[in-house]
Write a protein that binds this ligand. Structure first.
Ligand code: AMP
Length: 148
């Protein structure tokens, strides 16, 4: 791969790598922690996006955040799960990107985040971009380079 091909890869749009919203497990701000825990366990993911009623991205909720929030002095207080909402516990400082942004930006964000939420110009959730899909693309480029 020459310099120009590398530059092209880094400037490529990331549309094709996005897992569409319809296939992404998520919860809403006003859902109970009990519901969020069920969605997390059933989906098999340790963290998922949080959306509002207009489908805008508000944050992420994780198993760790939920368990921390019901951690008592001597035990985990599961009975408190239904009393709290996702909005109270979620992490709202999350990375987000638009489809028109470059692969280089996605690569940069994926250093510290297993997935990045994608939004349209109105801020509505369109899907996620995972570190796995970014690494797979990088791998394919370097594998092809090796054989050419
Ligand atoms: P992966 O790279 O496929 O292991 O995904 C990284 C992270 O992205 C997972 O741990 C989840 O937090 C999130 N994720 C991936 N796919 C989905 C999905 N379909 N629905 C919700 N979250 C997902």
């Amino acid at each position: 791969m020459n310099d120009q091909q590398i530059r092209q890869l880094l400037q490529n749009e990331i549309k094709d790598l996005i897992i569409p919203a319809s296939q992404v497990a998520h919860v809403q701000l006003n859902h109970s922690l009990e519901h969020a825990l069920l969605v997390l366990i059933k989906s098999g993911y340790s963290a998922i996006p949080v959306l509002d009623s207009e489908y805008k991205i508000c944050g992420q909720i994780s198993l760790t955040l939920i368990l921390e929030s019901i951690l008592g002095i001597e035990r985990i207080e599961y009975e408190n799960l239904h009393e709290h909402q996702v909005a109270e516990v979620m992490n709202s400082k999350i990375p987000r990107m638009k489809e028109s942004e470059t692969f280089l930006r996605a690569l940069e964000l994926s250093i510290n985040h297993p997935f990045v939420c994608m939004e349209d110009d109105a801020g509505r959730f369109v899907g996620i971009l995972t570190r796995k899909s970014i690494l797979a693309l990088v791998y394919r480029y370097f594998r092809n380079k090796k054989t050419t």
